[in-house]
Design a binder for this molecule. Structure first.
Ligand code: CA
Length: 230
């Protein structure tokens, strides 16, 4: 399994180093940014699995950054754990209001930090994939890796299988290309959005008569629907 990438946004290098060492020893892949600008640069390169965000930072505060990341569709799903100073109750509330998932009060123990990180990651983990999804007469089974249409098997490539699985598990909703890249391809943000179109095209070819179930929503993205006339 890939090590969860944790972005530490903390201007105090001694604290950041201590956190990074502890994370590394416990199976995480920490990266450190000392302010919002460099944190944004890290996020633009690779979406982290979690952000440890200090409240008091030079430049933009942790609160402003949390708000900003929650607004951006590319970053809004990243779990954020705020680091606050002892006794700052209003801060904690404001932090949670701004979209932080949880907070840790400094000074904290490594055990507490790890426990909170794991809890947030568990809560935010993608919904446990249902083994079998059926939409109309289209069925997908993740256990057997099979797709059937009206009971007959369809040949679907590995990426198209993941894409179809995601669309079926979130049917009737429109997904932008950027969202599909994040959800189906993971954090490889260097992949062009056009890649999605290529795989949707292949998926439609594999689906044959069921292809109209994948709708292109102009200017928005793609949707899998049971309402299509097939
Ligand atoms: Ca600080």
């Amino acid at each position: 399994m890939k090590k969860p990438r944790v972005l530490i946004v903390e201007d105090e290098s001694s604290i950041a180093e201590l956190i990074a060492v502890n994370l590394r020893h416990n199976g995480f892949d920490p990266i450190w940014s000392e302010d919002g600008v460099s944190a944004q640069r890290e996020i633009d390169t690779l979406i982290p699995d979690l952000i440890l965000l200090d409240w008091m930072l030079p430049g933009q505060s942790g609160l402003q950054l949390a708000r900003q990341w929650r607004k951006d569709p590319r970053t809004k799903a990243i779990p954020i754990l705020m680091l606050t100073a002892r006794g700052d109750e209003p801060d904690k509330v404001a932090g949670l209001d701004a979209g932080a998932d949880d907070y840790i009060t400094k000074p904290f123990s490594t055990q507490e930090m790890l426990a909170r990180i794991r809890a947030v990651l568990r809560r935010r983990a993608p919904e446990a994939a249902t083994e079998r999804v059926e939409i109309g007469e289209l069925a997908l089974d993740t256990a057997t890796h099979r797709v059937t249409w009206q009971g007959g098997p369809l040949k679907v490539g590995p990426t198209e299988f993941k894409l179809l699985g995601y669309l079926m598990q979130h049917a009737e909703r429109v997904h932008s290309r950027a969202q599909l890249l994040d959800k189906v391809w993971g954090d490889h943000v260097y992949i062009e959005e056009r890649t999605v179109d290529v795989h949707v095209k292949r998926l439609r070819e594999s689906l044959g008569a069921a292809a109209p179930m994948i709708e292109t929503v102009r200017g928005a993205g793609y949707r899998l629907t049971a309402q299509a006339t097939v």
